[in-house]
Ligand binder design. Structure first.
Ligand code: FAD
Ligand code: PYC
Length: 416
């Protein structure tokens, strides 16, 4: 543009929107109807359901690293719906039902294996809490049953139920429909299916800013690869949602903690189910490759480190060896951490934000893998319709203002 008086006037008028509409440059059209920030399972599932169920195919998923390289590819893959409150039962059970047919839906084997999730009770408090969950779940039509120590051992023969250990097993809650899936396959399956419907997946592209236009509505994301215009933006950046929200000018009630997991050398099939001990901060299953997949508790301090304190894994291995003495001589192959974002009530936040056109799906803490299909499904509906899906409705950001919290601290698998 030349620096004529006319052009200077025109620029000034454009800036103040005072120039007659017909003389203004046309507003640039969004490059994408929807931009999703974060190519984890939740972000990819959201893009897939936007395209598949709502016909919104002009979608980009922007990922700062590689797809599935966040918590989706770092978790211990436990799937269950044995939560306490009706709102949570609805969301996690919605996900479990979608897991049951997901491989067919995506034409990709996500290796969903409902082999049973057993939660051990070591104290009277554990017994009371788990029995309360069993009753609440059964009232909601969700399977969950109470087992004596002998029944728990019959279900999982390697379990040590002697009374000579520090924290004897006093009983267990078993959800038979719970299980595991292969985490990378979930990311790849959704990515391939979304890509097939026309979704663009842009890796190595970090969102560094959120640009807002008329009325404060979101109009673009700034990235390390340039500006990308968007009609709507959905932020699904587990562990980093507060960082992205700050770019748009608001705060989130979230704290980010490292959570760790590790795998052993592979051995023949010896472990038939998933066992969790919330009290001892340990959970274990065996992958189809034969590795024991073991998870620990969160670090005690907030951090963005994707490693975590070694003392936490040592403590977890102590617990595993006590519960399953036959694993004492196994070698551990590798360990890693992910960053989980935790809300004050340990339930997720799904829906609108104070910025028009900007949506968030976050706060799944230590337990969002199991929710992946359900979360993507209801978040896509929320974005497409511009109002919360009925299952998402209780999980608004607003609940931290109104006080209508959904306290799932006791259902969380690990210590926070
Ligand atoms: P992610 O997979 O983390 O995806 C978010 C993506 O956003 C990342 O790829 C990240 O790189 C990207 N991103 C962030 N910032 C930006 C930016 N500025 N620009 C672009 N991209 C960005 N849950 C269970 O249900 N069962 C379990 O057994 C279980 N075990 C766990 C064990 C561990 C060790 C960990 C760490 C978590 C575990 N979880 C478990 C929790 C579960 O992994 C997460 O809740 C879930 O995977 C979150 O999925 P997501 O797609 O939201 O996040
Ligand atoms: O939510 O089931 C769970 C879980 C297991 C390990 C971490 N989270």
């Amino acid at each position: 543009m030349r620096y004529s008086v006319f052009n200077l006037l025109r620029q000034a008028a454009q800036a103040h929107k005072g120039w007659p509409r017909q003389w203004r440059d046309p507003e640039p059209k969004p490059a994408y109807d929807v931009v999703i920030v974060g190519a984890g399972g939740h972000g990819l599932a959201t893009a897939y359901y936007l395209a598949r169920e709502h016909g919104v195919r002009n979608v980009a998923v922007i990922e700062k690293g590689w797809l599935g390289g966040g918590n989706t590819g770092r978790n211990t893959t436990i799937i269950r719906s044995n939560y306490l409150w009706e709102e949570s039962e609805a969301i996690y059970e919605h996900a479990v039902k979608l897991w049951e047919t997901l491989s067919d839906e995506l034409n990709y084997n996500v290796m969903y294996s409902p082999r049973g999730v057993m939660m051990l009770a070591h104290t009277v408090h554990d017994i009371q809490v788990f029995k309360r969950h069993v009753h609440a779940n059964r009232l909601a039509g969700i399977d969950n049953e109470w087992l004596t120590p002998a029944e728990a051992k019959a279900f999982c023969p390697p379990l040590n139920i002697t009374s000579s250990v520090r924290y004897p097993v006093l009983g267990a809650a078993l959800q038979r429909r719970g299980g595991v899936a292969r985490h990378d396959a979930v990311a790849w399956g959704y990515a391939r299916a979304a890509d097939g419907l026309g979704v663009d997946i842009i890796q190595n592209c970090e969102v560094t800013g959120i640009r807002r236009g008329a009325g404060g509505a979101v109009e673009a994301v700034e990235t390390t690869r340039g500006l990308i215009r968007a009609g709507k933006v959905g932020v699904v950046a587990a562990g980093h949602t507060s960082v992205v929200a700050a770019m748009a000018g608001f705060r989130m009630p979230l704290e980010s903690y490292p959570l760790q997991a590790l795998v052993s050398e592979p051995v023949k099939p010896v472990f038939p189910c998933v066992v969790m001990s919330n009290g001892m901060h340990a959970y274990v299953s065996q992958s189809d490759k034969g590795e024991l997949v073991i998870g620990a508790g969160t670090d005690q301090y907030v951090s963005y480190s994707q490693t975590g304190g070694l003392h936490i894994t040592t403590h977890t291995l102590d617990a595993i060896c006590e519960l399953f003495p036959m694993f004492r001589r196994m070698r551990m192959l590798r360990n890693w951490g992910g960053i989980v974002d935790v809300t004050p009530d340990r339930s997720p936040i799904i829906g609108m934000t104070p910025v028009p056109g900007l949506y968030v799906n976050c706060g799944w803490g230590t337990g969002g893998f199991k929710a992946t299909p359900g979360s993507g499904h209801i978040f896509a509906a929320t974005i497409a319709r511009g109002e919360p899906h009925p299952i998402a409705a209780p999980f608004t950001l607003d609940r931290f203002r109104t006080g209508r919290l959904i306290d799932e601290a006791a259902a969380a698998a690990v210590a926070h």
